[in-house]
Design a protein around this ligand. Structure first.
Ligand SMILES: Nc1nc2c(ncn2[C@@H]2O[C@H](COP(=O)(O)OP(=O)(O)OP(=O)(O)O)[C@@H](O)[C@H]2O)c(=O)[nH]1
Ligand SMILES: [Mg+2]
Length: 194
């Protein structure tokens, strides 16, 4: 079972990208699970999910990272046992560091589980271009990410996207930085999973 962790600020487009990935993988016959940290509104349309045959678990939002990890771990185990998905997406809320959760899950040595690169979505038109204007979470998320996906580029100017890209590359020279188009083709979606 593969596990993909996708984080980023509220409204950065996490649910939309997960649904795009789920549709793409589902069309190739893969079974998909989603774990979402509930922060109020449920964004996943039950009908869409059931049509795609996706199993979901909601994790209550908690501020203590270790209890969050335990909660996510038990939900992963439950999904694995009851549904045996090929891949599980974890949508984290904006105060969680996806790379930290990935490391914690790696340490738990879950059986037959492969952790995919930790993805952080950046809401391009809303994102600051100076390091000292970023919140602590925004900064730490980007610094630790394996993949930084600059999203909502279609709502932003070329100049601003370019400044955002420069900033995130400075903060994390090791990460792969992708710019997401509004319509994501197979080649783009694949890059988020490897
Ligand atoms: N047109 C278009 N709108 C998008 C896209 N991605 C996100 N949006 C819009 O941006 C808003 C937030 O998208 P979500 O995917 O719910 O973002 P999120 O990061 O899951 O948000 P939270 O779960 O509330 O933190 C919604 O109104 C979406 O319709 C996209 O690819 N195309
Ligand atoms: Mg969401």
């Amino acid at each position: 079972m593969k596990v993909s962790i996708i984080g980023g600020a509220t409204d950065s487009g996490k649910t939309t990208i997960i649904l795009d990935l789920a549709k793409y993988l589902n069309s190739g016959g893969e079974k998909i699970g989603v774990i979402v940290q509930e922060t109020g509104e449920v964004d996943y349309d039950e009908k869409t999910l059931s049509e795609l045959g996706i199993a979901t678990k909601e994790v209550n939002s908690v501020c203590i990272p270790c209890s969050l990890d335990t909660d996510i771990r038990s939900n992963l185990l439950m999904l694995q046992k009851e549904f045996a998905p090929d891949i599980v997406f974890i949508e984290t809320e904006e105060t969680v560091l996806p790379h930290k959760l990935k490391t914690d899950l790696e340490r738990m040595e879950l059986e037959q589980t492969e952790l995919l690169p930790a993805i952080v979505l950046v809401n391009s038109p809303e994102y600051e271009t100076e390091d000292d204007q970023l919140t602590e979470y925004e900064k730490k998320q980007v610094e630790g990410a394996d993949i930084i996906c600059i999203n909502k580029t279609w709502l932003d100017t070329k100049e601003h996207i370019s400044a955002v890209k420069t900033l995130v590359q400075e903060l994390n020279p090791e990460a792969r930085v992708l710019e997401s188009p509004e319509v994501r083709d197979e080649a783009f979606l694949k890059m988020l999973l490897e």
